[in-house]
Design a protein around this ligand. Structure first.
Ligand code: NI
Length: 174
């Protein structure tokens, strides 16, 4: 993270190649990591998201933030997350702050356990169902370079074609 102005980080959009990389484990806790997480909370809230992963601000680190209730006290950052005990299945529409105006019907485990560390390096262990479980699976996918557009049905492809083309054209102009 050396030389990066954390306060100027922004959400990057598909098809930025950084969204496709496998992110590396966080090895250093401290002030810089905390400032990064706080910038991510800020961007997540500004854009009315429920989760945001570090690759979405262009940093390929295994870190994500989430808040599925919208209550200020529920802001949670998870470092080096791992999902276990994935159970059940449910399908629902998902969006992604890096792929605006696109929604994809995603089949996810209905419940799972999230382990990892908080910003101080203390272990975290959370059990989640429904929206929380869905959010964690979505954010963990980001850390492995996977996006919801990898799972589009034929109907999703048709419905999202314009929005995806618009993003790809905007990228070519950059
Ligand atoms: Ni996303």
């Amino acid at each position: 993270m050396h030389g990066i102005r954390i306060s100027s980080l922004q959400i990057i959009k598909h098809p930025d190649p950084r969204l496709r990389k496998r992110s590396a484990p966080v090895e250093k806790f401290g002030d810089e990591l905390t400032r990064l997480a706080h910038r991510m909370f800020q961007l997540m809230h500004e854009n009315k998201g429920v989760g945001l992963a570090a690759p979405q601000v262009g940093l390929n680190l295994r870190l994500f933030v989430f808040n599925v209730t919208g209550e200020p006290g529920d802001d949670t950052a998870v470092v080096n997350p791992r999902l276990t005990d994935l159970e059940g299945e449910s399908a629902a529409e998902e969006g992604c702050l890096s792929i605006p105006d696109v929604t994809v019907t995603m089949s996810r485990a209905e419940r799972c356990t999230l382990t990892g560390h908080d910003l101080e390096g203390k272990p975290i262990r959370l059990n989640g169902v429904d929206l929380a479980a869905r959010c964690w699976q979505h954010e963990c996918d980001h850390l492995d370079g996977k996006l919801i557009i990898d799972h589009m049905s034929e109907a999703d492809k048709i419905a999202n074609r314009k929005a995806i083309r618009k993003l790809e054209e905007a990228d070519r102009k950059r």
